[in-house]
Design a protein around this ligand. Structure first.
Ligand code: ADP
Ligand code: ASP
Ligand code: MG
Length: 474
């Protein structure tokens, strides 16, 4: 358990930390203990594990005319939430109260799915309304559990606190408006010693329309609230002992990294390490707030501490290896490309017009090809947009073709010391070469704390395990 006791602290609990009666009891215990040390304690929670997936897949199925999936989901959602009510809220009338509130939200869910099935379309706005229900159920439950156990707690929905634009499914917060709204709602609750239990993941436009911050966005909620309050620290409670040398689901021997710089953790998060949402880091750096990643199921473990700078890098130069799945590499190539003005700029504005984000770019030094990675599901529309942009050059044979590979992954190694240590790339390629893993493309992060390379999808496990063994664990 952490002996430190910041005065104002935001603690965020992920889906697995609230997903079962045992997990939620453990979370309530952590909140209870921390409240005795921290006078101003703010809690952010995700939906119960798997619930957001259930909500979104039901809505998508409904858009295709499938009404069975959401009707089954109603049963599952009810059972999952009621199991927790029954085992963790002792008072009968309180149980009934919370049950009634959850039932209303499940009814909203069924009604929204019904409307989606009639329209035959699930708009991003409708999907956000559906997805928000998971966190809205979770806060009611957790607040009642914590409060019943004797720590005064009150739930709050973040659509009253986090003001965003209307970029549904990946909304951007307006920090100035959020600061005013969040302080106005939270300070009176904190001043009276109550713990606010707030929905992660969701916000609302100034008009009050519900938005979400993107999948995994509850971490970001904690960082936003930490920055605007401001808090002294933000602690992310999850189901592993902090940020590790690799995803322990791929590398069982992965170890906790005690201390990582913000730069390192940013690179890791953007490169696919799910343990922290990539947008979490910037608000805390800018507000000068401490950030930790801790394990709900092993709360005595010190986890990972994020720091601005590390005076002398000690230990391994390469700290962690991570991967992003489900991508395709698109190549725009042609011998006449040198003569085409603004080819890169036009390529990227064509990609941007499809709303797709690019994860890796490499240009051949001969300037005869540009190559970049996009989510596999977007490859087709990106190719169409680029072909459309360059139809003249394609007809004139300055550009020969625009094509996509089969599915690929990007594997990234991260570590601050890499910039001053020669030979890391060689070591990485040597290790992959020995395992006969073919590298399709490579890119070095601009901050020089990472190297990424593109591999065939089926090589992911072998590559991550080999690099962990050969480049990190030595
Ligand atoms: P939460 O629901 O608490 O937000 P997530 O599932 O989003 O949790 O993130 C935690 C998971 O991230 C871990 O269970 C682990 O499998 C995965 N993960 C991926 N890369 C790493 C890494 N480098 N260190 C720790 N966990 C990682
Ligand atoms: N519940 C949301 C999701 O599954 C947000 C989060 O868990 O951080 O994406
Ligand atoms: Mg997460």
């Amino acid at each position: 358990m952490n002996v430190l006791s910041p005065r104002t602290l935001v603690m965020k609990f992920g889906g697995t930390s609230v997903g079962t009666p045992d997990a939620m009891a453990q979370t309530a215990e952590i909140i209870h203990r921390q409240r005795t040390l921290t006078p101003r304690l703010v809690v952010v929670t995700s939906a119960l594990s798997g619930v957001t997936d259930i909500l979104l897949s039901s809505a998508t199925a409904a858009a295709h005319g499938d009404t069975t999936t959401y009707n089954q989901a109603v049963q599952t959602l009810r059972a999952r939430h009621e199991a927790i009510i029954k085992s963790l809220i002792p008072d009968r009338s309180r149980q009934e109260e919370v049950k009634a509130e959850i039932t209303l939200l499940i009814l909203d869910f069924a009604n929204l799915c019904q409307a989606i099935s009639v329209l035959g379309e699930a708009t991003p706005r409708a999907l956000d309304a559906v997805a928000s229900l998971g966190e809205r159920m979770a806060v009611r439950l957790l607040a009642a559990v914590v409060d019943s156990a004797g720590t005064p707690a009150q739930y709050l929905e973040a659509n009253r606190l986090i003001i965003t634009d209307d970029h549904f499914q990946a909304a951007h917060p307006d920090f100035a408006a959020t600061q005013i709204a969040a302080r106005a709602s939270l300070n009176p609750i904190l001043d009276q010693g109550t713990v606010p239990i707030i929905t992660g993941f969701i916000g609302a436009t100034p008009q009050g329309v519900t938005t979400t911050l993107g999948r995994g966005g509850s971490d970001y909620t904690a960082a936003i609230l930490g920055a605007v309050l401001p808090a002294d620290e933000v602690w992310i409670w999850t189901d592993v002992d902090g940020v590790m040398t690799a995803d322990p689901r791929i590398v069982p021997e992965a170890r906790t990294i005690e201390e990582l710089t913000y730069r390192e953790v940013s690179e890791l998060a953007y490169a696919g390490a799910k343990v922290l949402h990539p947008k979490t880091i910037r608000p805390v750096i800018e507000a000068g707030i401490g950030l930790r990643v801790l394990n709900t199921f092993n709360p005595e473990h010190p986890g990972t501490r994020l720091v601005a700078e590390k005076a002398t890098p000690n230990g391994n130069v390469v700290k962690s290896v991570t991967a992003i799945r489900g991508l395709k590499l698109i190549t725009v190539e042609g011998r006449g490309m040198l003569d085409v003005p603004g080819v890169a700029a036009r390529t990227f504005s064509a990609i941007a017009s499809t709303g797709t984000s690019v994860s890796l770019i490499s240009q051949a030094s001969s300037e005869q090809a540009i190559c970049f990675a996009v989510p596999a599901s977007s490859a087709e529309k990106v190719i169409a947009a680029i072909e459309n942009e360059f139809y003249r050059e394609i007809a004139g044979k300055d550009i020969d073709r625009v094509w996509a590979t089969g599915e690929v992954v990007i594997v990234t190694v991260v570590g601050e010391g890499m910039r001053s240590t020669p030979g890391i790339a060689g070591k990485v390629f040597g290790a992959l070469g020995e395992r006969q893993i073919n590298v399709i493309a490579i890119a070095q992060g601009s901050s020089e704390v990472s190297i990424s390379f593109v591999l065939k999808a089926e090589d992911i496990r072998a590559a991550v395990q080999t690099l962990h063994e050969r480049v990190i664990s030595q």
